[in-house]
Design a protein around this ligand. Structure first.
Ligand code: SAH
Ligand code: SF4
Length: 390
């Protein structure tokens, strides 16, 4: 059964970081302005000070107020006394043979989330999480089996981008010409969690990530993936304006009810109606339909034909995802020939139908698998310790 939650129920109040200091990371410009005003920065200086601090944090990537050399020494110590510039902590980092980097990050409360960096020829994509676990229970997704759920704060969402840039050594150096080739050029909200059940924090975080005086990743290089939280789709267009991907995965309500149970609340027709308006509302080109290929479940020629009929009139790209199997999963990956036949029908109907190349398989960097694999690792180490009486 689907857990009835609304997006705000899980949102934690913004807590000062450990040590009683407020983390400046993840605050919107308005919130940062308020924070500076609260420590006595005069009204007429507020905008300028926010601009300066913002650049230090998001353009230069500094982690210490002392490095903010265009601010007076006294003001720097004042900032340091009240605020932190905190990021999630890297617990493990794994490097795949194909260059994919998978991070397991620790956040407040001892929770852990994953982020994955995928380098490609002319871009680098960082896949980030929006929640610890997920309240939805898509039957093919391992994240959905995790019990623990909480929304990430805006700081924790932005922090994933900062951590990746730290690790890739991608901050510009003062005095050196800026290198225009970006390592983290794209961001996808396709890690753990349903971003539209954490709307406000995801929106605030993406505003920070898009800000032209900081990380400066354009809204056309950010893709938010949703399982189909229909009431939040129009807001995504108007308040974030990023590209949208939707976890479609089935062509009949019967099958989609099984695979993506949120379909029982907002069925295929309701979802498609909301999607039809998205490109116009967000002024973007097309929607990505994600379609996981599950052997003998949703991968027939008839499915492919139904799919193109359903989405007729919506500017779309269909991303076929070979199922990433996990231990105990109730499905199998479709055969390669089947995936290609499916892709062919979609392609002939006039839609781009790329098959997502599995990346980082040697380090299990696929959706929802990282944390579970690590947890299993821990579990077995703990078991071994118990067995030997340690
Ligand atoms: N909750 C959001 C975003 C995170 S999942 C959503 O569902 O869209 C990102 C994508 O990975 C989704 O399309 C999801 O359906 C897909 N996915 C999850 N588990 C998978 C698996 N084991 N194999 C292939 N794709 C998977
Ligand atoms: Fe949650 Fe997305 Fe996984 Fe479904 S596919 S359980 S919405 S993370």
């Amino acid at each position: 059964m689907m857990t009835p939650i609304t997006q705000d129920v899980l949102t934690l109040p913004r807590k000062p970081e450990e040590g009683g200091k407020l983390n400046l990371v993840g605050l919107t410009r308005m919130q940062m302005q308020q924070a500076l005003q609260d420590i006595g920065v005069p009204e007429r200086q507020l905008k300028m000070r926010v601009g300066q601090v913002w650049q230090w944090i998001y353009h230069w990537g500094v982690q210490d107020f002392e490095a903010m050399t265009n601010l007076a020494k006294g003001f720097r110590s004042e900032l340091g006394a009240h605020f932190a510039i905190a990021r999630p902590q890297i617990v493990t980092r794994q490097l795949s043979e194909d260059g994919t980097r998978k991070y397991l990050l620790r956040i407040a409360g001892g929770h852990e989330v994953e982020a994955v960096y995928i380098p490609e020829e002319n871009r680098g994509t960082l896949c980030i999480s929006s929640q610890v676990g997920c309240t939805l229970t898509c039957s093919f997704c391992h994240t959905g089996t995790q019990k623990l759920v909480r929304n990430l704060t805006a700081a924790e969402i932005v922090g994933q981008v900062l951590v990746a840039r730290d690790d890739l050594d991608e901050w510009p150096e003062p005095g050196k010409p800026r290198d225009e080739t970006r390592l983290v050029s794209n961001v996808v909200l396709m890690g753990m969690g349903e971003p539209l059940y954490n709307f406000n924090n995801v929106r605030d975080a993406m505003k920070v990530v898009m800000d032209g005086e900081g990380l400066s990743i354009s809204r056309r290089r950010i893709t938010l993936s949703t399982s189909g939280v229909v009431p939040e789709i129009a807001r995504t267009a108007s308040e974030i304006g990023c590209l949208l991907a939707v976890s479609f995965h089935a062509t009949t309500d019967d099958v989609r009810d099984q695979l993506v149970p949120i379909n029982k609340r907002w069925n295929i027709k309701t979802l498609l109606d909301a999607l039809r308006d998205y490109p116009r509302l967000s002024n973007s080109e097309r929607i990505t339909f994600e379609y996981v290929m599950l052997k003998d479940v949703n991968d027939s020629d008839a499915d492919a034909r139904r799919l193109v009929k359903l989405i007729a009139g919506i500017p779309a790209k269909i991303n076929l995802i070979p199922f990433n199997e996990w231990p105990g999963a109730p499905y199998q990956r479709s055969d390669w020939a089947r995936i290609e036949a499916f892709a062919d029908i979609v392609h002939k109907a006039g839609y781009a139908s790329p098959i997502r190349t599995p990346r980082g398989e040697d380090i299990m960097a696929a959706c929802g698998q990282l944390k579970s694999a690590t947890e299993r690792g821990r579990q077995s180490r703990a078991d071994i310790a118990r067995q030997v009486g340690a």
